[in-house]
Design a protein around this ligand. Structure first.
Ligand code: AMP
Ligand code: FE
Ligand code: FE
Ligand code: ZN
Length: 293
């Protein structure tokens, strides 16, 4: 791809379009690896003028009820969602589920499994660190994470706060990045099972940030196996990538989604409001939901 092909982010508002409004359909709270509570996130979204928000914490729907209430009181439309860690043909892919029934038993059972395995993975990472002579305790990570879906960012933050690494980045570089000595692979659901699970919970499934996953060749197969949408607009997509995925979505008849993937302060400046799904695509997504079999 030619990085100079386009510098404007289409999702961030075209010339002449108001910066406010639109939807942010990719957001995290402290129920996974974000730093905002659902209430803080809703408040921030309202401040930047979003018309709609979806909560998509990794492998959980726990924050949705609180976020829904907070959005209602602020007059912002809310969509219950999640971001499931999945695998397709050896690639890690993330599947966004939207309009979920957050009490659906099969979804809750899968989330429970994700959480158990994530907690075991933290213990394994900490054991590896201990064997390397790094005196971190698993309980320190769990206390700091204070959620059921802990991950590497929580280990990194604990290492930094305990003074065992200079920064979170350094913790990833030295220990936690894929292939580093404390890296432990993550449980992933198959992408097709994730799509089926999202459908079973009454939702629509969209492929998150395809520009980061290097699996374009598999999108047609996912689409023919039930994928409903493609996240064309994302903070890490260039303008040219967004245009590319808009064309892919058009060709495969997939709904267009988009969001900032804001994690609060855990990755620098909060991204909320930076990428907005234009209302026309949001309306089409809702139409796709209504016309679901
Ligand atoms: P996990 O789900 O536990 O594997 O953690 C994935 C999270 O770690 C994602 O939110 C990533 O953005 C974050 N992450 C991955 N690599 C790095 C890195 N080098 N520095 C900071 N955060 C990272
Ligand atoms: Fe994350
Ligand atoms: Fe993701
Ligand atoms: Zn995300």
């Amino acid at each position: 791809m030619n990085p100079s092909a386009s510098t404007a982010k289409p999702g961030a508002g075209r010339p002449g379009e108001p910066a406010a409004g639109g939807a942010d359909l990719h957001l995290h709270t402290l129920f996974s690896d974000g730093t905002f509570t659902p209430e803080e996130l809703a408040q921030r979204g309202a401040q930047v003028g979003l018309a709609a928000m979806a909560l998509t914490d990794h492998d959980t729907v726990e924050g949705c009820e609180r976020m829904s209430q907070a959005c209602r009181s602020l007059g912002v439309e809310f969509i219950a969602g999640t971001e499931l860690t999945a695998e397709f043909e050896g690639h890690e892919v993330h599947l966004l589920g939207y309009f979920l029934d957050e009490h659906q038993p099969a979804l809750l059972a899968e989330i429970k499994k994700f959480q158990t395995v994530r907690q075991e993975r933290i213990r394994e990472m900490v054991s590896r660190l201990n064997r390397l002579g790094v005196p971190l305790r698993a309980e320190t990570v769990f206390e700091l994470a204070n959620c059921h879906s802990p991950g590497r960012p929580h280990v990194a933050r604990a290492l930094a706060l305990e003074g065992l690494c200079g920064s979170m980045d350094q913790a990833f570089e030295r220990f936690l990045k894929k292939g580093r000595p404390a890296w432990v692979p993550k449980y992933k659901i198959s992408a097709l099972d994730a799509i089926a699970l999202i459908h079973q919970a009454g939702g629509l499934a969209a492929l998150a940030h395809p520009g980061l996953n290097h699996c374009d060749q598999h999108i047609p197969r996912l689409a023919s196996d039930g994928l409903d949408g493609l996240e064309c607009f994302h903070s890490k997509h260039s303008g040219a990538q967004s245009e590319h995925y808009l064309a892919v979505a058009r060709r495969l008849n997939l709904a267009v989604t988009g969001g900032s993937d804001c994690h609060g302060f855990s990755k620098g400046k909060p991204l909320i409001g930076g990428v907005r799904l234009p209302a026309v695509y949001f309306e089409k997504l809702k139409q796709a939901r209504r016309s679901q079999p």
